[in-house]
Design a protein around this ligand. Sequence first.
Ligand code: ADP
Length: 260
Amino acid sequence: IRSPKELAELSEDFNYMTGQLEESFNQIKKSEDEKRTMISQLSHDIKTPVTSIRSQIEAILDQMVSEEERPLYLESIQNQAMRLSELTDKLFELTITQENKKQKPTIKKVWIDKLLVAALNSFQVQLKAENRGITIDLDEKMSFIYSDEEGVNRILHNLIANALKYSPPGTPIEIKGTAKDDAIQMSIRDSGMGIPEEEQKHIFERLYRVEKSRNQKFGGNGLGLYISQEIAKTLGGNITVQSRLGEGSTFTVHLPRALS
Ligand code: ADP
């Protein structure tokens, strides 16, 4: 259990972070309408966990929370903080994608197995907490590609995060990689809620989210797939989806062996 001093520091950090975010927002705000919609949505999404964290820390500092209740409060603060970092990642990714359009990706030899381990590592805690089995089946020919490591990592990270988000705890996730001479593909398959057929063609659009009701439950802002698709295109490939409502989804990343 953290001390009041640590909690006060945490609160200060959050204040600083919101300030920084506001600053970034102000900079981006100047541009077109679409961006404005996106930012107002993100700001709204960010405000909720910030308000909740602050009020819970205040309650602890004001001695309104008993010893027994403290762990619950801290757990809730931690969850909200995770949500915040998810949102700031998205904001960061969006900036990067816009920069990506101007900048050339950094191409080097990327070992696929290492990349997958790195991508999965960041989900370790969640995988354990949700009792998830992940199977990885990589074609021997996969080994490596020449691409932008950071970009491929981001795509995999987003697709794995979605697979976890939109399928129930305990259900498995399968990652499969196949390779041809000049291209590879990696698919991430979940046994979750799936995506209605008529919506599948829209999910890579910026800010597009499937059905309002499911969105309220899961949180998010319809940027992850858009950003991932943009990165994949920059790297000479694309992402496709196969899904059946109620049965699950498979997202496949297609990438050239070497970006020419
Ligand atoms: P977000 O998850 O933040 O809403 P994304 O761009 O990552 O945004 O996804 C767009 C929409 O596609 C989501 O709102 C969700 O409804 C749907 N979706 C994405 N991945 C999956 C998945 N693995 N299973 C079911 N639905 C998904």
